[in-house]
Design a protein around this ligand. Structure first.
Ligand code: MLT
Length: 397
């Protein structure tokens, strides 16, 4: 019997599990010390009233024999697939409900989708990046090429025609840097993918944080993307579903490779390995698209973006170089005093009781950076920034 030896090539822990361990050690050493969490991008505002009401009603339905539901459709309930399709349509992006597959958050589907691709494909992944893309490909034994996302290219790498890839990961607004691709830049990626017969896996988990109307929120805003891209989106950050779990994957009917349509292949995989998101949760997600739901989640997003603006203001005043925070809930800052990512992470935790995420945890180009999230409460975010500022006086540069 052999274990999957590709796991030997992984780092010992998933990035956020390492951070959890460090927090637990700190709390054990300093019981009762106050901690400001600006590390993992986990929301803090409760589910909005429209979502809660819809879920309560769904619970009532589940309590009566006449309206009880057992297993749901593998691709998700039609009411939610239609609501997602209609929402794209309003933004001028035609997506049919048949092209929408309900998921329990981007992470699962971005990992699961790899099942439909051969393991001998070459994968192109930006560095730094959300570690799930890299780890899942390493687990499957795929060859991974990295493209540098650095200050010089504003953390938005563009295609290199000399490099061939079959699967390309793009995340915009980006986790961790907060950078957002323009339509022209995405058009460059679409052209590359079509030329190389590649498929773009587009992570749009943070699309609802885009404020600038000129910036794209979906890869399908780009002509030709329907023949070369899959989009993954989630209600986690948009509507506070990190603990509730629901999102959607869009696979256009026009997306075909090797003579086969990818949507039916995905459904074949899903119906074998997955039994879907609970009915109650899907009803809650549907309510996100109601007029009340939209207004309520907009308030939450505005609240987080006001945190981001406050954080940006503080960093500017301190003279710390950073990016993000304008069309994204993440701020990506250069560690002061020439500290490495993990040195600064440890220092913030030990001396200030503030948790960030070490940039190096997202890849080699993340070294020397730290990511902060704007998903905290107003007071704790302000307190966190005060503590960061106070600690800075130790770093004269
Ligand atoms: C993050 O902090 O990068 C995300 O919250 C992790 C996730 O979405 O799984």
């Amino acid at each position: 019997m052999k274990l999957n030896q590709n796991y030997d090539k992984l780092q010992e822990n998933y990035l956020f599990a390492t951070i959890d361990k460090k927090i637990a050690a700190h709390q054990a050493a300093h019981p009762g010390a106050s901690l400001i969490r600006m590390g993992i991008g986990d929301v803090t505002l409760p589910l909005c009233a429209a979502v809660v009401d819809a879920m309560k009603q769904a619970v009532e339905e589940m309590a009566r024999a006449q309206t009880f539901r057992g297993y749901g459709p593998y691709a998700g309930y039609a009411f939610l697939r239609e609501a997602v399709g209609a929402c794209y349509g309003e933004r001028g992006v035609p997506v049919s409900p048949d092209e929408v597959y309900i998921n329990d958050g981007c992470k699962s589907d971005m990992a699961g989708i790899l099942d439909i691709f051969g393991t001998d494909n070459t994968v192109l992944i930006p560095d730094p990046v959300y570690p799930v893309y890299v780890d899942t490909n390493i687990m499957a034994g795929r060859k991974v090429l990295f493209m540098d996302a650095v200050a010089e290219n504003k953390f938005l790498p563009l295609p290199d025609p000399a490099v061939h890839a079959d699967i390309i990961y793009l995340c915009s607004p980006n986790n961790p840097t907060g950078a957002v691709y323009s339509k022209e830049q995405l058009a460059g990626w679409v052209a590359y993918a079509r030329e190389h017969d590649a498929v773009i896996l587009f992570d749009a988990a943070y699309e609802s944080f885009v404020r600038d109307p000129a910036l794209p929120r979906s890869i399908f805003e780009i002509p030709g993307a329907r023949e070369c891209a899959i989009e993954f989106c989630s209600f986690s950050k948009t509507a506070g579903f990190t603990g509730t779990r629901c999102g959607y994957t869009v696979i256009p009917q026009a997306l075909r490779r090797g003579g086969k349509a990818l949507g039916p292949l995905w459904l074949r995989r899903q119906s074998t390995k997955y039994n879907g998101v609970p009915y109650i949760v899907q009803r809650g997600a549907q309510a996100v698209f109601s007029p009340q739901g939209r207004a309520q989640i907009r308030q939450s997003i505005d609240f987080y973006m006001a945190n981001a603006a406050m954080m940006a203001q503080t960093l500017k005043a301190c003279g710390i170089w950073f990016t993000g925070g304008e069309n994204s809930p993440y701020i990506w800052l250069r560690c002061p005093g020439g500290l490495s990512s993990w040195e600064y992470f440890d220092l913030l935790l030990e001396q200030a009781g503030v948790v960030g995420t070490a940039g190096a945890g997202f890849g080699k180009n993340g070294e020397g950076f730290l990511r902060l999230t704007a998903f905290g409460g107003r007071e704790s975010t302000a307190e966190g920034m005060e503590r960061i500022t106070a600690l800075l006086h130790r770093f004269p540069d």
